[in-house]
Write a protein that binds this ligand. Structure first.
Ligand SMILES: [Zn+2]
Length: 160
């Protein structure tokens, strides 16, 4: 794991499986105003990883912004299944959504806040515009989402 600090902003770059061995959980954040967790290289999260994640996020100071960046789809699934995985004040800045083509090709599309979705702000409601198709790089037909949009919307409207 790499850590980058800029003033009161902390950036964590996680790698591999999230488990009891994840160094993030040994990190005590004090006086932070912004915490970014980049999950681009996360492969998997086990149940202890989930438990530790929740207790770690609860220790983040009140008023500190928590942003999750480049989340693999396993994390989006956790957010939708596990109550409290995404604290109410936290946001998902981008995540990878799985698409599949009838030729068997699979791809992960990076969907970004401000583009494909947005949180409620400036009096506007939240928005989720998942692309219905994406061109297949192999056969140039349309790939389709390999998930059900309604089941993943919890990262904008956390369950519970
Ligand atoms: Zn194809």
């Amino acid at each position: 794991m790499q850590v980058k600090t800029t003033g009161s902003k902390y950036e964590f770059f996680l790698e591999g499986p999230i488990s009891e061995k994840t160094g993030l959980y040994d990190y005590v954040i004090k006086n932070a105003t912004e915490v970014v967790v980049d999950m681009d290289k996360v492969t998997f999260i086990n149940s202890i990883g989930v438990k530790n994640w929740i207790s770690w996020t609860m220790k983040i100071p009140a008023g500190c912004k928590l942003q999750l960046s480049r989340c693999p789809f396993v994390i989006i699934n956790q957010i939708n299944m596990v109550h409290g995985f995404l604290p109410k004040t936290a946001t998902v800045e981008s995540f990878y959504a799985p698409y599949v083509c009838e030729c068997g090709t699979e791809a992960n599309l990076l969907l970004q806040r401000g583009k494909e979705y947005e949180y409620p702000h400036n009096g506007e409601k939240e928005r989720l515009d998942i692309p219905e198709t994406s061109p297949c790089k192999k056969c140039s037909k349309d790939m389709e989402p390999d998930f059900i949009e309604k089941k993943i919307s919890g990262f904008i409207n956390p369950p519970g």
